[in-house]
Design a protein around this ligand. Structure first.
Ligand code: SF4
Length: 462
């Protein structure tokens, strides 16, 4: 019997990356094998993102390429998943008749059955319900031994994994499609998360990143325990952190308005919680924040930053910024620049505002000129790059625990607790996921360089 192959191309965020892993596992369980080349696969899945225009354009242009491939290989099935699929549904099939399946963000667990059902005619499954429950999904991973040979033929050692704890969002920022494409905020059952975390750690995973659109509000909108008792995100963090063998814990993303003192305290009290926090500010101007419907002020944001740093002075902060939001004046933009000077983020993701279909801000009529947006963006990014370098230079001379990600013939690459990439121009006997003590001797804008610290005997730390 022919064994079918599949290939998944992921666009956008970490939520999509995790969803792609889930879809890959579902297909593998049905006997599909992963193809190295997209164009050779029997089933191609594009897991799309519509948060930014660029990611959507890339997915659409790949769909154009696949139209030609399908002419050569008519048996190929093309599936579109993710936010673009959710938004466009039937219309996507009408515009792109070579697409066999359009699958919504709450339907990915039905993928294998839906593919079976696509015989000759395209199918659309984009059901969305406020009563949706994130299934109890257990990942299958190759079993690992901490310092030895792999117990499985899988070449890659999955030492780091994402774990979804929530889906959707209730915040309705005026520029954002997420509440429409991923639905209302739904927290995953507490016991399912803990069970999945145990499976990951038992398989050798050393670092887990908990994922949700707004993790701070975990457990607030639906019961996460069978007896209906509430559980906060901080309690969840403490339970996951207590799993023996887990070395690092991270999470993303947070809305500043929901950041609690209880959560900030965790940075001081949970040893394996990495001192790194992504706290999207979007703008430094109260007028713009209000138009964005962010529900916090510049003052509240700065207060949260000061509180976070009082609990964990070495915390590395990163953020998201949108420049040229409709109505943003020169004075508003200057406030964003001032906020950058004040907070001195370790890194940031900054973008020019662009209309996204279906959002409220797409209908705002006071759009900022493209040229002005470009100038503001380049000014912001130039200053952020300088600050990155200044902040990174503070690590020079320090000895930091670095989790190894890649070991090559003669060097290694790893990451600090603060999520900085470190290039190490030497190597020792170790594996991805091991933690090595490294003394930093050079800082660049986007990474650090270091040497193994042999004063801590082997360089390996526990
Ligand atoms: S908090 Fe705002 S930007 Fe973030 S996912 Fe929700 S609506 Fe979108």
């Amino acid at each position: 019997m022919k064994q079918f192959s599949f290939s998944i191309k992921t666009f956008g965020c970490q939520m999509n990356e995790r969803d792609s892993e889930i879809m890959a596992q579902l297909l593998a369980e049905k006997g599909y094998v992963e193809s190295m080349e997209l164009e050779d696969a029997d089933v191609v899945i594009l897991n799309t993102c519509s948060i930014r225009a660029k990611a959507e354009q890339k997915a659409m242009s790949l769909l154009g390429v696949l139209r030609k491939v399908k002419k050569r290989r008519p048996g190929m099935k093309i599936c579109v998943a993710g936010c673009v699929a959710q938004q466009e549904g039937e219309e996507l099939c009408e515009r792109m008749p070579h697409v066999d399946l359009v699958i919504g963000t709450q339907n990915i667990y039905e993928l294998a059955d839906l593919l079976e059902a696509t015989r000759g005619a395209s199918k659309v499954a984009i059901g969305m319900s406020d009563a949706y429950e994130i299934p109890a999904f257990i990942p299958t991973l190759p079993k690992l031994i901490s310092h030895g040979e792999l117990q499985s033929p899988f070449p890659a050692r999955p030492f780091r994994k994402f774990l979804t704890i929530m889906q959707g969002c209730n915040n309705y920022c005026t520029y954002c499609v997420v509440p429409y494409t991923r639905g209302r905020e739904i927290s995953r059952k507490f016991k399912d998360i803990i069970e999945e975390a145990h499976v990951l750690v038992d398989a050798g995973v050393r670092e887990i990143t908990l994922l949700g659109q707004n993790v701070n509000s975990y457990g607030r909108t639906n019961p996460v325990t069978t007896d209906g008792s509430g559980y906060s995100f901080s309690q969840l963090l403490r339970e996951v952190a207590a799993i023996q063998g887990l070395k690092r814990l991270r999470f993303t993303t947070s809305n500043p308005k929901d950041l609690s003192l209880e959560l900030m305290r965790c940075f001081n009290e949970i040893e394996i919680l990495c001192p790194q926090f992504h706290l999207p500010v979007q703008s430094g101007s109260n007028a713009v924040l209000s138009k964005m419907n962010r529900k916090y002020t510049r003052e509240l944001y700065l207060q949260r930053v000061a509180e976070l740093r009082s609990f964990r002075p070495d915390i590395a902060l990163s953020t998201d910024v949108i420049v040229g939001f409709p109505g943003e004046t020169d004075a508003d933009f200057e406030e964003t620049m001032e906020l950058l000077e004040h907070v001195r983020f370790h890194s940031s993701f900054s973008f020019k505002y662009s209309d996204r279909p279906g959002t409220r801000s797409a209908d705002f009529d006071d759009k900022v000129d493209e040229q002005v947006k470009s100038e503001r963006l380049s000014r912001f990014q130039k200053r952020q790059d300088e600050i990155c370098l200044e902040q990174n230079s503070l690590y020079v001379g320090k000895c930091l625990p670095v989790m190894i990600e890649k070991v090559t013939q003669d060097n290694m690459v790893g990451r600090t607790e603060t999520n900085h990439i470190v290039h190490i121009e030497e190597k020792i006997e170790c594996f991805p996921g091991d933690i090595v003590n490294v003394t930093i001797y050079h800082a660049g804008q986007h990474s650090l360089n270091g040497r193994i610290d042999f004063t801590s005997t082997t360089g390996l730390s526990s």
